[in-house]
Design a protein around this ligand. Structure first.
Ligand code: G3I
Length: 358
């Protein structure tokens, strides 16, 4: 989901003390491979349709060591044919096969999310609801046991403003907000004893109260022996916010000792609002500054906590931000590669950070 927009300083103020002044040019010559440079897995989200695009496949094989199922392992796809119909797996099975055939890790999202699945279970009795929920997690998690290196087990459990946990069908029908979360992790662990189970959320770098609520929840789950294995920081970056908040969140999160997955990185240069006073170089420089903040802070984590660094799409046109169901921002250019698989300016920032040059 997306962050609020801060008001940008005027160009005069930026010119006077512009922290974004130096936008490195895109690299010339052969494109470095992020997966070969980084000391941790480099991922991207995809739909199975991307597998039919030879340019996407070529770039993915060059750059990626991990794939995330963007939407085809969510209830909206698996249960698309409604209650009582067979689960749908043909699309995620294609992604799993491509990952396996190309020696890439498979990361899956998401088992339980406040925003999906209600229509499927809503009319069931309480006992049938619980059974339906448990059976779904067992079937979906179990299908990829032995291949899925990790799951977003519960997605976006914290309230939008950070004031407690979201109320949703799962909390209403499974005994409360913490109860459904614990049940989700326990049932997923029963189905796959090895996959790493993550709690995933967004805006953790921008909303201190949301960060505190999220980290307190993680700590509580850990103290109760709930099998939470990692923290997912979606990292949908607001490049008009002050630089430094990504590093601040990672420092706080690292104190819990769990692996951390940058799970959905994008950094759109689009401005929400009527007037955008930034020049293109200033926008690119802002992207570079925020990617540098995140990438360098991630590099500073202990190796055991560097689970993986995933962008939410591979090339700009692959991003949800450009799509109708997303933000419909054609000018977003939110990822490391453009429509022709050429590096965007922020790519070199990642290369420098992951190779220890910056
Ligand atoms: O591909 C079908 C198309 O054939 C069909 O005509 C069309 C209309 O029904 O739907 C298309 O599928 C859409 C799919 O995105 C691919 O574009 C689904 O309806 C739509 O629901 C799905 O949206 C996904 C969304 O989560 C909801 O699952 C986005 O791709 C995905 O980027 C977005 O990702 C979320 C993360 O899971 C959580 N964090 C925020 C992030 C962005 O919202």
């Amino acid at each position: 989901m997306f962050t609020r927009r801060s008001v940008l300083a005027t160009p005069v103020a930026l010119a006077a003390c512009n922290p974004f002044a130096s936008a490195e040019p895109a690299p010339s010559g052969p494109i470095p491979s992020l997966k070969d440079i980084a000391p941790f897995p480099i991922g991207a989200a995809l739909s199975s349709a991307h597998l039919d695009d030879p340019d996407w496949r070529a770039l993915a094989k060059q750059q990626l060591s991990q794939l995330t199922t963007e939407w085809e392992l969510k209830m909206e796809y698996v249960l698309q044919d409604g209650p009582g119909t067979p689960y749908r797996f043909e699309a995620p099975d294609r992604i799993a096969a491509f990952a396996r055939d190309n020696n890439m890790r498979l990361y899956c999202t998401t088992l339980v999310w406040y925003s999906q699945g209600a229509s499927w279970l809503n009319d069931l009795s309480d006992s049938d609801f619980r059974k339906g929920f448990d059976d779904y997690i067992a079937a979906v998690t179990g299908r990829y046991a032995g291949q899925a290196v990790g799951w977003d087990c519960v997605n976006e459990a914290v309230a939008e403003d950070g004031d407690g946990l979201r109320d949703c069908i799962w909390s209403q029908r499974l005994g409360g907000k913490e109860a459904y979360i614990e049940r989700s992790f326990e049932k997923a662990r029963e189905a796959d004893p090895d996959t790493v189970l993550f709690l995933n959320d967004y805006n953790l770098e921008y909303l201190p109260r949301k960060r505190r609520t999220f980290l307190n929840l993680v700590e509580k789950l850990m103290s109760r022996g709930v099998p939470i294995g990692g923290i997912g920081n979606q990292a949908h970056l607001d490049i008009e916010a002050p630089v430094g908040s990504s590093a601040a969140f990672l420092r706080d999160a690292a104190s819990l000792g769990l692996p951390i997955h940058v799970s959905e990185l994008d950094f759109p240069k689009h401005h929400e609002g009527l007037i955008d006073t930034r020049t293109e170089p200033q926008k690119r420089a802002q992207q570079i500054a925020h990617v540098r903040d995140l990438a360098e802070a991630y590099m500073a984590l202990p190796a055991a906590q560097q689970f993986g660094f995933t962008t939410w799409g591979l090339r700009d046109p692959d991003s949800w931000l450009l799509r109708e169901e997303g933000k419909n921002w054609p000018d977003a250019s939110p990822l490391f590669f453009d429509a022709q698989s050429r590096p965007n300016p922020a790519f070199q920032t990642a290369v420098d950070a992951f190779s220890g040059k910056s």
